[in-house]
Design a protein around this ligand. Structure first.
Ligand code: FAD
Length: 835
């Protein structure tokens, strides 16, 4: 039998070797367009940083070695250009000589992979814009790195490859920006799980842009400008495009093979195409999702290799092996974290219309008392009957093992109840007597039998935004509460809850939360057995909530001109997060003595509590270095230092640990308003909707922003008209509110009055015409540039209530606040104006 295989890497090379092992007499020809077969595409990003030191380590085998061992006729630099299915021949083109010829086959296997998506954006052909799919792509990037020594890179696309490339460019010492069009990176993860990775990347000083799409590139003499749809422009010495792949189906399509609904080559469960003599595997095919049951594209190396082996068997022995479908188990190293998933996530389940329950747990990778334990955040999704639908794990250690166990449990049809019973290897350095998987099982069982009702972070968030009448109770200690909590929460420590039951209203829903969910569960059980009925516990606790509601991106952290001009050594120190800590800088205010404490293995709030106690024992000016493994510690310590007034000198994230350096500042820690005052900050109270006054406030605010000053605008009473949306939805309102709505201007561009010479509205029209003729921006445009420029817009809650204006009627990006919000802004500002 003569078999031709198109594609000589994951699926193709595996199939060739397997066919030979099955049949010594088969004639096997393997066609590969590129110069190398069987290279490690998954390892490509790691050569950029030097983690995989030698390029040749990526070449798993050579053409000669493969031919010698398997007696396969390997033809690299050869392209399969068309299939004559009737004659059973394949037209091949030698890419070195240009010669074309036909090769006959009895059976043909297509494993042509996927092609990177490269939209036709203006400027995309720039020599500074790269992709990464194969060795020649990598060679091009390495050559650019060597010849141009870039300092600023922009990676476009926050999928697995984009994040890996960003990490390796960053590790190479390049200031790296990651731009993602969606509101989160790594879409196989749900939002709150991806938020952990966002936070970690920010700690690593990677600049992250979310919900931003690239529109074009423009080459300048020594850099390229990347234009984002928000109007932002990023300067880069190197751009890597990783916005996804699509199945490589040209050959299949042009020869009339059937394609599936997703655009991949359609195959049967035996991996046979619509032509019995042709099989197909890998990234190019459409598979059935083994849990969702729907058709999907899942371009991963594991499935491609398994399919290659299976198709080889079916081609030689006849169709015997059925492909079970792909469940999408995958893992990625994102700096010090691993992010792993299996099965379906929340978005996919919703899309497929599959009802599900979920729980989030945070556990240690091994016993907390044994050094080096790291946190694993684990999300489990399951059906009401306990069937496991999917799981996601993020952590610096042990996430891989947990996801692999759950992936295996899914294949073995184990249920949530079985996870609780799994007997997993345990000794303190490796795990816990209650493994994170057992714990997820326990929580899942409690959810299923309704002995514990959970509420997700986003549902709680909606309750708070809608001002629903719920009692939110923080059952952590008063110290933890003091370091930050949910705005409307009341603090009742779980240990004192029994004594404070009379402070809770049995007639109103109660939402409990603690740090990770455990104490919330204990509180839940106390309340349940005390006759309370409407209780829910926050899934994943405050930890998940605060990660998810935190600002996810960190745009504009790099000043490109500055990066270009300054001493590279100094910037390098800054990039590593150690900028402020040279001995000379620390000396003036301190004794120079550094005390160190180890908070590794402690779950939050352990590290903060330990820091607090250690700080109490220090004298003013002394330094404290804290090492912690809780990934939220980087963010928590910033809030803590701000609140207590101690000086945060550096935050470094290395190998799953957060190391911070603090200086004790004063014995009365809470900083006064004057200490906090930023003389450059401008706060404007916009009270009026007179066009001239609004223009004045918009122009001043835009001017301040342009000078790099922080700006807050507080819109109250008639000023609220400025931030109304013209396309506001129709809302049910009482009669009086409706009247107000119709009488007031619909948005900033339809203001009807001016403060002088109003002439029943004629004055406003005249001014608008003059502004137009003289090229002055409209109030609407000025407002948009304030939002884009990062100004903080606050709408006065009381005025909204009085005027019957609802949040949905306001433009995006406006926060709702009370007088306290205004006073807080004003107290931190150097200038406050009332217009
Ligand atoms: P490929 O391995 O891509 O092989 C297809 C080959 O076919 C190509 O070499 C191509 O040149 C050749 N070809 C195409 N058309 C023709 C033609 N007409 N004639 C001749 N030859 C042709 N997956 C994971 O599971 N984990 C990871 O960590 C991971 N990391 C990755 C990192 C990078 C940078 C990349 C690019 C991919 C990564 N992947 C990862 C995906 C994984 O590599 C693919 O899923 C897998 O290689 C698919 O195997 P395949 O055989 O379908 O295609």
């Amino acid at each position: 039998m003569k078999i031709i295989i198109v594609g000589g890497v994951a699926g193709g090379a595996t199939a060739s070797a397997r066919i030979r092992r099955n049949d010594e007499s088969a004639e096997i020809v393997m066609i590969e367009r590129g110069p190398y077969i069987s290279f490690a595409n998954c390892g490509l990003p790691y050569h950029i940083s030097g983690m995989i030191a030698e390029r040749d380590q990526l070449l798993v085998t050579s053409e000669e070695a493969f031919e010698e061992r398997y007696r396969v006729d390997v033809r690299s630099r050869t392209e399969a250009v068309s299939i004559n299915r009737k004659a059973k021949t394949l037209r091949l083109r030698n890419l070195t000589t240009g010669e074309e010829y036909d090769e006959s086959y009895d059976k043909l296997l297509l494993s042509p992979g996927a092609e990177p998506i490269r939209p036709k954006l203006p400027g995309i052909d720039s020599t500074r814009v790269f992709g990464l799919r194969n060795i020649p792509d990598l060679d091009r990037i390495m050559k650019h790195l060597e010849e141009h020594n870039p300092r600023r890179a922009v990676v476009i696309g926050g999928g697995f490859i984009g994040v890996e490339v960003a990490e390796n460019l960053h590790d190479k010492g390049i200031f790296t920006t990651l731009v993602e069009g969606a509101d989160q990176i790594l879409t196989p993860l749900d939002y709150e799980m991806a938020a952990i990775v966002h936070s970690h990347m920010k700690d690593k000083n990677v600049e992250l842009y979310l919900s931003e799409k690239v529109e074009q590139f423009e080459d300048k003499e020594d850099h390229t400008i990347v234009f984002l749809d928000s109007g932002r422009r990023l300067q880069a010495d190197l751009v890597v495009l990783a916005i996804g792949v699509r199945p490589e189906t040209t050959l299949a399509r042009e020869s009339g093979l059937e394609l599936g609904e997703t655009g991949g080559i359609k195959v049967s469960n035996f991996l046979q195409t619509s032509d019995d003599s042709i099989y197909a595997v890998g990234d190019a095919i459409e598979i059935t999702h083994s849990i969702g049951g729907y058709q999907a594209l899942i371009p991963l190396a594991g499935p491609a290799n398994r399919q290659g082996r299976m198709a080889a068997d079916n081609m030689i022995f006849g169709n015997q092996q059925l492909y079970r479908g792909t469940q999408g188990t995958s893992i990625l190293k994102a700096f010090d974290l691993a992010a792993a998933t299996t099965g379906l996530n929340e978005k996919q389940l919703n899309k497929a219309g599959i009802p599900f329950l979920s729980c989030i747990t945070h556990s240690g990778s091994h016993a907390s008392y044994f050094p080096g334990a790291k946190q694993i955040s684990l999300k489990l999704l399951f059906k009401q009957d306990g069937t496991i639908l999917g799981a996601q794990a993020v952590g610096a250690d042990g996430a891989d093992k947990r996801i692999d166990v759950i992936a295996t449990a899914i294949q073995g049809n184990l249920k949530v109840h079985d996870l609780a019973e799994l007997e997993l290897a345990y000794a303190p350095p490796f795990g816990s007597a209650k493994d994170p998987i057992n714990i997820a099982g326990y929580v899942g069982i409690n959810v299923l039998n309704q002995s514990h009702e959970l509420i997700e972070w986003k549902t709680l968030h909606q309750h708070l935004e809608n001002k629903d009448d719920v009692q939110v109770i923080d059952v952590r200690t008063s110290e933890e509460f003091g370091f930050g909590s949910i705005a409307t929460a009341k603090n009742i420590d779980v240990n004192q809850l029994r004594e404070h039951l009379d402070e809770l209203d049995k007639g109103k829903p109660i939402i409990l939360f603690c740090q990770i969910g455990l104490r919330g569960y204990l509180a839940y059980r106390i309340l349940k057995q005390s006759g309370f009925t409407q209780i829910k516990n926050l899934s994943g606790g405050y930890k998940t909530y605060s990660w998810a509601v935190d600002k996810q991106a960190n745009p504009d952290i790099f000043d490109y001109e500055d990066i270009k001009l300054r001493d590279p050594d100094e910037i390098e120190a800054e990039r590593m997060g150690s900028c402020a800590v040279s001995a000379a800088m620390v000396a003036p205010n301190s004794t120079g003595e550094v005390h160190a404490i180890n908070a590794v293995g402690l779950q939050c709030p352990g590290p903060i509590m330990k820091t607090y106690k250690a700080m109490e024992a220090l004298d003013e000016g002394e330094l404290l270095e804290v090492t912690a493994s809780d990934p939220a510690f980087g963010r928590d310590i910033r809030a803590w230092a701000k609140k207590t007034g101690h000086e945060l000198l550096s935050v470094k994230a290395e190998k799953g640990l957060i190391v911070v350096l603090l200086r004790k500042v004063a014995s009365t820690p809470v900083p006064s308003a004057t200490d906090l005052k930023n003389k450059d900050k401008l706060t404007l109270v916009v009270f009026s909707d007179d066009l001239d006054k609004v223009m004045a406030s918009m122009i001043i605010a835009n001017g301040a922003l342009a000078m790099g000053n922080p700006v807050s605008l507080f819109f109250t009473f008639w000023g609220l008209d400025v931030i109304r949306r013209e396309d506001a939805p129709h809302l049910k309102k009482p009669m009086m509110d409706k009247m107000f709505s119709t009488m007031l201007p619909s948005d900033a561009d339809h203001l009807t009055s001016i403060s002088k010479m109003d002439m029943h509205g004629l004055g406003a029209k005249m001014i608008r015409k003059v502004m137009h003729d003289k090229g002055v921006e409209t109030p609407g445009n000025l407002l948009r540039s304030l939002v884009d420029g990062g100004a903080q817009l606050i709408a006065c809650q009381m005025s909204m209530d009085v005027m019957g204006i609802q949040k949905e009627e306001l433009i995006e990006g406006v926060e709702i606040g009370g007088v306290a919000a205004f006073l807080a802004e004003a107290s931190e500002s150097g200038t406050t104006l009332f217009i």
